[in-house]
Design a protein around this ligand. Structure first.
Ligand code: NOJ
Length: 765
């Protein structure tokens, strides 16, 4: 049995803290050395050179913003650049680093950043998919491999992890998140920071993490990207801020300010956020970078002209300006006009120099350029094998009537759908350096793992044929080319292929480009052309296995009612096809669990399991009108948070507590027996939720507080114990004091947030 994850969480935070404490003691001498070095260096720097360190340019290509930095080489030579991003390979990085080291006056090395989001060249599932593995070791491993590959390729800084709580499936960037839960999101953020940075930057393959997007970027109104956030402090502290704090506590070296407005002040210019909270309350010691032209965008937010907003951003605590050059072009004037102080510029400059020092760049500016390692480690067989394991762990079986899955390895199948024989989309959104040509399609995967399978293929539909959507997602080049054939012709071909097979495996969903930045949707159904295909296939009466690839959680009411088996695979990365095939034929028994609620319809959004009650909660069955409900829809989600099936079945006994009360500082043990009652070996994620029944402020109906992913052989039973501590009962009250309140609590355990048993205990005065 695995160790309790709730304990692990505390241990992770604790060890990160104690590591910090130890480091604080041990590092004093190192810090002094660093300070002396930086003092000496800064004493030689001109004002222009100091401001130059605050400048981050985009080199090469760009997909996320309108401006590409100009005159980069000249600026590097003049010492007007702190770092660059969007370029990699040992050769390209060496060229630019050489400019800084041989041509600039003070030879200050550059930072090389990149969006290494879910893998560098070996691509893992999109982050939402990583999170559905509920496997922190595997998630950390994915970040470790990403850092090893990236560091061999010249990079020393990744713009990851993104730890934004995301509860709105309309928001395209939900794909880059770990879903809706602050507890799980915190654990994942910590695992990723550890994976990127390791214990020490003296390791050649440890790169700087960047916690983003600080803060509340996932709470954009109406799920429309970049939109306003307005939120009470108590909600922020309890529900949205914990993952950022956990990642900062774990030692993340940098933080990215988010684009959005927060209660009237956009994050990039928000002193409360970037200084009072991040630095003064949380003790963050690294540097803050803006998002892409985030400083300039304060103008459009309505805070002033470029000079005004640049000064505001610096004064708020933004240290580095991504792409916009507001700092570079206006800070000198603002200093002369006393709108900013020399000390504030020095402080920002020092923070960036410290990061470079800690990374070891002053000792060896070429530390992260390793042609040999790049050749042998990038996309190695070992990395690909790990990517397959991780992709398998990410998949969520949503439905499996009559055990339609797994398929026999010699089955006669119709393989249908625009994502069935497709490599381009497998690596998903934000796989920046990933090469889709390296990816395995579902078709290829099935051939690899089941060579005796009789497969006939039909595309059945275009991936996207809505001209409006196509225009936007093809904005950076014609990625999706629509088939010449009419939709009717494509469907009729697919129907005849299905009629001649025993079963149809239909691979549908979104294009990878329909997820990520600037891809908000107002409807979450399968696109109409794909839905038409699915309906036509269902009408043949052949059993259908629907394999989904998507960034947004979709609304699947029709599919759930009409399709016997549904497997959610997200975008599984380089090895997606092999992993999906392994799951389809039962070489791997799926065990993923949703980390976002799947709503029935868009009108229910936002819909998340850890919501508050109302004064008139609806029980879901009665016919009373004056309850908190809809007249045209159920309140319930289609698939709840924590949900996911297996090819086997598990029986979880009612939760037992070893005592019914405890005092502060004591613990209670909650135990269940989990039995594998089906025909396959398999894994179950046993989940622990707690509800504070009466509080000084209203509390959620339940909150995840622990989980254990356990493996059980067919017929095996295991005893699972969770230790409930006072720490787990704490929350931020109306005075933002973090404390547990004496009173009664419900404990829930089960296989998802809905199907639980419960018991009650009290915290005594
Ligand atoms: C904008 C995105 O919001 C951010 O996540 C990313 O790291 C930067 N662009 C740099 O590409």
């Amino acid at each position: 049995m695995k160790k309790s994850t709730s304990l692990f969480f505390l241990a992770a935070i604790f060890s990160a803290n104690s590591l910090c404490a130890q480091q604080k003691k041990a590092v004093t001498a190192t810090d002094q050395k660093m300070n002396t070095f930086i003092n000496q260096l800064m004493s030689k720097m001109t004002l222009e050179e100091k401001i130059g360190q605050l400048n981050l340019a985009a080199v090469g290509f760009d997909v996320t913003g309108p401006i590409l930095s100009q005159g980069v080489n000249e600026k590097i030579e003049k010492g007007l650049m702190g770092g660059v991003f969007n370029t990699f390979t040992p050769q390209a990085v060496r060229k630019l680093q050489e400019l800084a080291i041989t041509k600039s006056r003070l030879k200050i090395p550059l930072l090389f950043g990149y969006d290494v989001i879910h893998g560098h060249k070996t691509i893992f599932p999109i982050p939402l998919g990583l999170s559905t593995s509920w496997d922190l070791d595997l998630i950390e491993k994915s970040a470790r491999i990403a850092a090893r590959e990236a560091s061999a390729d010249g990079l020393n800084w990744t713009f990851s992890p993104m730890v934004d709580i995301a509860r709105d499936p309309r928001w395209g960037r939900i794909a880059e998140s770990s879903g809706e839960d602050p507890y799980l999101g915190s654990l994942i953020g910590v695992a990723m920071v550890k994976g990127y940075q390791t214990n020490s930057f003296s390791n050649k393959d440890a790169i700087l993490a960047c916690v983003k997007h600080f803060a509340l970027y996932g709470a954009a109104e109406a799920g429309r990207d970049y939109n306003t956030t307005d939120m009470s402090l108590i909600k922020m502290y309890n529900e949205y801020l914990p993952p950022y704090k956990a990642a900062v506590d774990a030692g993340a070296g940098s933080v990215m300010a988010s684009f959005n407005d927060i209660n009237g002040t956009p994050a990039t210019g928000n002193h409360w956020l970037l200084t009072d909270l991040l630095r003064n309350q949380w003790g963050f010691k690294g540097f803050v970078v803006s998002d892409y032209t985030g400083i300039n965008e304060l103008e459009a937010h309505g805070l002033g002209d470029l000079q005004t907003v640049s000064a505001k951003a610096l004064n708020a605590g933004t240290d580095m300006d991504m792409v916009g050059e507001g700092f570079l072009t206006t800070l000198k004037k603002s200093l002369q006009e006393k709108k900013i102080s020399q000390a504030t510029i020095d402080q920002a400059c020092r923070r960036i120099l410290e990061a470079k020092y800690k990374l070891g760049l002053f000792a060896d500016p070429y530390k992260y350029i390793d042609e040999e390692r790049a050749k042998t480690e990038i996309l190695s067989q070992k990395n690909r094998a790990d990517a397959k394991t991780i992709a398998e762990a990410s998949m969520v079986l949503l439905k499996n009537n009559n055990q339609l899955l797994p398929l026999k390895k010699n089955a006669k199948i119709a393989l249908i759908g625009p994502l069935a024989n497709n490599k381009r989309d497998m690596i998903g959104n934000w796989s920046a350096a990933g090469e889709w040509s390296q990816a395995i399609s579902v078709m290829q995967g099935l051939k690899n793992v089941a060579p005796d399978m009789d497969i006939t293929y039909a595309k059945g539909a275009n991936l996207v044929d809505d001209p409006g959507i196509l225009k936007l997602i093809n904005a950076n080049g014609a990625d999706i080319v629509a088939d010449e054939k009419s939709p009717e012709k494509l469907i009729s071909e697919a129907v005849s292929v299905a009629k001649n097979a025993d079963v149809a495996v239909v691979v549908l969903g979104e294009s990878a480009l329909m997820g990520g930045e600037a891809t908000s949707r107002t409807e979450l159904d399968l696109l109409p052309n794909q839905k038409d295909l699915l309906k036509a296939l269902a009408a043949t009466g052949k059993p259908i296995i629907l394999v989904l690839m998507n960034s947004h959680p979709l609304t699947l009411v029709w599919e759930d009612a009409n399709v016997p088996a549904i497997l959610e695979t997200w975008f599984g990365g380089t090895e997606a096809g092999n992993a999906i095939a392994d799951v389809l034929v039962g070489n791997y028994n799926p065990a993923g669990k949703l980390t976002t609620t799947f709503p029935r319809n868009v009108g229910q959004i936002p819909l998340y399991y850890n919501h508050k009650s109302t004064g008139r909660p609806y029980d879901g069955v009665s016919n009373e009108k004056y309850k908190s409900r809809y007249i045209d829809s159920s309140n319930d989600p289609l698939y709840p948070f924590g949900y996911g099936l297996s090819y086997t079945s598990f029986a979880i006994s009612p939760v037992q507590l070893n005592k019914v009360s405890m005092k502060a500082g004591q613990t209670i043990q909650a135990t269940v027996d989990v039995q594998n009652t089906g025909d396959f070996d398999g894994q179950e994620v046993v989940q622990l939720y707690i509800q504070d029944i009466y509080g000084s402020v209203t509390r959620p109906v339940k909150e995840l507080k622990g989980f254990q992913k356990i493996f059980l052989k067919k017929g095996e039973t295991k005893h699972v114990t969770f230790t409930i501590s006072t720490e787990m009962l704490k929350f931020y009250n109306a005075d933002l004091k973090f404390a547990a309140e004496p009173g009664d609590f419900n404990v829930f355990t089960g296989s998802n947030s809905r199907d639980v048993s419960s018991a009650k205990f009290s915290l005594l005065n």
